[in-house]
Design a binder for this molecule. Structure first.
Ligand code: HEC
Length: 196
């Protein structure tokens, strides 16, 4: 009988561990809400995604070197691995690529209600918020920048260039495009993500 009770306890115990383990996951990836109108037109200053000096300044802000009262890494981790429960994991490319530069900037500026992520606009001037973002994006989107016209993250070498012709046809976003010559064009220029 004793053994049976112990076995039951062991099973309950390990079940609890499994549940606790699940709690650490962020769950299915949800896109963030759109930026409110006052932030929707704010974008990374031209050239900053690729500017190593800006990124280095962003690192100092992120790590609390520039201002001890602003230490993003105290929750988000120096290497982007969260050190406080619930802090956004910037290493997760699949999630972070759903954030436009405007949404990202809005969240840094205003915080996320009912979470430990507070508003930083009183402590960080706009420029410093962009710098922190330029650094932060390296954890999951290194070598990429947000292309405002294309509304997606693209390699820095493609920033500001027109989308490959095949992209609109394969997106399915514009059904009319499937009739156009673009659809018939060879897939040579198709984005890599479609080839995966
Ligand atoms: C006290 C802990 C803490 C500090 C310090 C902190 N954050 Fe956060 N941050 C969080 C948490 C928790 C979340 C997740 C909020 C949520 O659940 O959406 C978050 C989320 C975010 C997000 C994503 C928002 C979203 O909608 O998913 C960004 C961007 C961000 N933080 C940037 C920063 C920057 C930049 C700094 C420094 C200026 C900073 N954080 C400092 C705790 C913190």
């Amino acid at each position: 009988m004793k053994i049976t009770n112990l076995t039951v306890l062991a099973i309950i115990g390990s079940f609890g561990l499994i549940l606790a383990g699940c709690g650490e996951e962020e769950g299915p990836i949800q896109p963030p809400p759109p930026a409110p109108p006052e932030y929707a037109d704010k974008h990374m200053p031209a050239g900053w995604w690729a500017d190593e000096k800006i990124i280095a300044e962003g690192k100092e802000i992120f790590e609390g070197v520039k201002n001890i009262d602003v230490n993003c890494s105290s929750c988000h981790g120096k290497d982007g691995k969260p050190v406080k429960a619930g802090a956004r994991d910037f290493r997760k490319t699949e999630r972070m690529k759903l954030y436009s530069d405007s949404v990202w900037f809005w969240r840094i500026s205003e915080g996320v209600p009912n979470t430990k992520m507070k508003s930083w606009k009183s402590k960080l001037p706009e420029e410093d918020r962009w710098k922190a973002m330029a650094y932060e994006r390296n954890f999951g989107l290194k070598g990429m920048g947000y292309d405002v016209a294309r509304k997606e993250w693209v390699p820095l070498t493609e920033l500001g260039k027109p989308a490959p012709a095949a992209a609109s046809a394969t997106d399915g976003a514009t059904p009319a495009a499937s009739d156009s010559k673009a659809a018939a064009a060879p897939a040579k220029n198709a984005p890599k993500k479609n080839g995966k």
